[in-house]
Design a protein around this ligand. Structure first.
Ligand SMILES: [Zn+2]
Length: 128
């Protein structure tokens, strides 16, 4: 039975084999205990290949990790050419180039209890 290997993006160490071919699975990694995306290893390999060498039109270094994975997935699993992708309008530059992949912080979610409970004192009552 053909299986695909999925690799934890967080520790890049843990892999699982699954009998289906998808771009990634989401689960808690037993190694780093982080709820992570385990990405198809073919995508990870493509990702690494693009880190080493990517077409100029792609502007790889400007992409964030999610976008890089998106491109890598298209190339690895769908036979697309990386040079087909040119990502315009990527302005959200949050990544630091000095690669420490473990430095990612989960964002605290603020409860938005902002109910607009305005007093519309305009109830009309029909006086009888
Ligand atoms: Zn892990």
């Amino acid at each position: 039975m053909a299986t695909d290997t999925y690799r934890c993006l967080h520790c890049q160490d843990h892999t699982v084999a699954r009998a289906f071919d998808v771009s990634h699975i989401s689960m808690t990694c037993p190694v780093c205990e982080s709820f992570e995306r385990l990405v198809n290893d073919r995508v990870v390999e493509q990702f690494r290949a693009l880190e080493n060498s990517s077409p100029e039109s792609l502007d790889w270094d400007r992409l964030d990790r999610t976008e890089k994975l998106f491109v890598a997935e298209r190339v690895a699993r769908r036979g697309r050419d990386a040079s087909e992708f040119s990502v315009a309008g990527v302005s959200d530059d949050t990544g630091t180039a000095a690669g420490d992949a473990s430095g990612e912080r989960p964002e605290p979610t603020e409860a938005s209890g902002d109910e607009s409970a305005e007093d519309t004192g305009g109830d009309e009552q029909t006086a009888d």
